[in-house]
Design a protein around this ligand. Structure first.
Ligand code: HPA
Ligand code: ZN
Length: 346
């Protein structure tokens, strides 16, 4: 089963590019930009990755990204992610970025998007990975700041596929951003939102009804509300679940307590993602492996998680079908290997 989890082709749909910033790369880019990191060493920085909740993580996440200044920096950040994702059989990635966290530091929007786009183009050539960008608004900042960010991004049109909502959830409900999301949709962008990570099921309802999202990011607390759960199953509203993140941010005390398996049993269109892999101990393949072993996911469940990732993606039907047949092929290949192994042991 572990081998199947590793070899299945996957789409990653919940990945903050700034959350892929590995400590070694933080230090090397800081040195290049002549910035002093307030930690003595890579080890000292890693030792600080002990989070109590979402906010304690966000404090370090925003501190880390402060060393990103140039187009080359954003390129190098994304190139490092694509390399790791490729090794773990990610074939398609829909990547969040947080423009306000950079423009507030005087880094122009263009620098961010050009650097990320160049790495995406190279990775398509090098590994065949397809990708899309999702621009997130920081929900703990004002709706006006989000609207200004939206306006400055309009000229990028189809370089961005969707807008999203991240950062500190509790006290910042989706309803705060209804007008911003209305305008984003009017300009042809799709919408997603983090909801039900630390916040209540009502926030998931708001994201669906007011922001008209195509996916819910996290959404784990949805299961507290039976009517919401029924709605999510009926509509096949995807949830982009991040198992290792949920444990590191203490949403669940242990992976064995995670409700991912329950979601699959209920027919929820759940997917597995890595969120901020440099901070939470693993990329998407690591999340598959950890969830498989803690929750004893079977072959059918692993296959479903991989297929769900493509169904929930913003790919065209043609691209989706190509990837879904790659999943079929990987399963057949795994079954053949297994038969072969069993014969040898007879
Ligand atoms: N939740 C909210 N905001 C975030 C996260 C997350 O898991 N990661 C990066 N920004
Ligand atoms: Zn997230």
């Amino acid at each position: 089963m572990e081998k199947l989890a590793a070899t299945l082709p996957k789409a990653e749909l919940h990945l903050h590019i700034e959350g892929t910033f590995e400590p070694e790369l933080i230090f090397s880019i800081a040195e290049r930009n002549k910035i002093k990191v307030p930690f003595a060493s890579v080890e000292a920085l890693k030792a600080a990755y002990e989070f109590q909740d979402l906010q304690s993580f966000l404090d370090l996440y925003y501190a880390g990204m402060n060393v990103l200044k140039t187009e080359q920096d954003f390129h190098d950040l994304a190139a490092a992610y694509f390399e790791k994702a490729h090794v773990q059989n990610v074939v398609h990635a829909e990547i969040f970025f947080d423009p306000q966290a950079h423009t507030a530091r005087g880094i122009p929007f263009d620098v961010v998007i050009e650097g990320l786009s160049k790495a995406a183009e190279e990775s398509k050539q090098k590994y065949g990975i397809t990708s899309k960008l999702i621009m997130c608004f920081l929900r703990d900042q004002s709706a006006q700041s989000a609207m200004e960010t939206l306006d400055s991004a309009l000229k990028y049109g189809d370089r961005i596929v969707a807008v999203g909502l991240d950062s500190a959830e509790v006290g910042n409900p989706p309803s705060k951003f209804k007008d911003v999301f209305d305008k984003a949709r009017a300009n042809g962008w799709l919408t997603v939102a983090h909801a039900g990570e630390e916040g209540p099921p009502e926030y998931v309802w708001e994201a669906i009804k007011l922001l008209k999202v195509s996916r819910i990011d996290h959404g784990i607390r949805s299961l507290e509300d039976p009517e919401l759960t029924r709605h999510i199953v009926e509509e096949q509203m995807p949830l982009t679940v991040c198992p290792l993140s949920n444990v590191r941010l203490k949403v669940f005390s242990h992976l064995k307590q995670h409700n991912l398996k329950r979601m699959l049993e209920l027919g929820v269109r759940a997917t597995i993602n890595s969120d901020d892999p440099a901070y939470f101990g693993g990329y998407v393949g690591d999340n598959f492996q950890a969830a498989q072993s803690a929750l004893d996911l079977n072959q059918d469940e692993l296959e479903r998680l991989a297929r769900n990732s493509f169904h929930a993606s913003f790919l065209s039907d043609g691209e989706r079908n190509t990837y879904l047949s790659m999943v079929d092929d990987a399963v057949k290949h795994w079954q053949n290997l297994r038969k072969h192994d069993l014969c040898q042991h007879e």
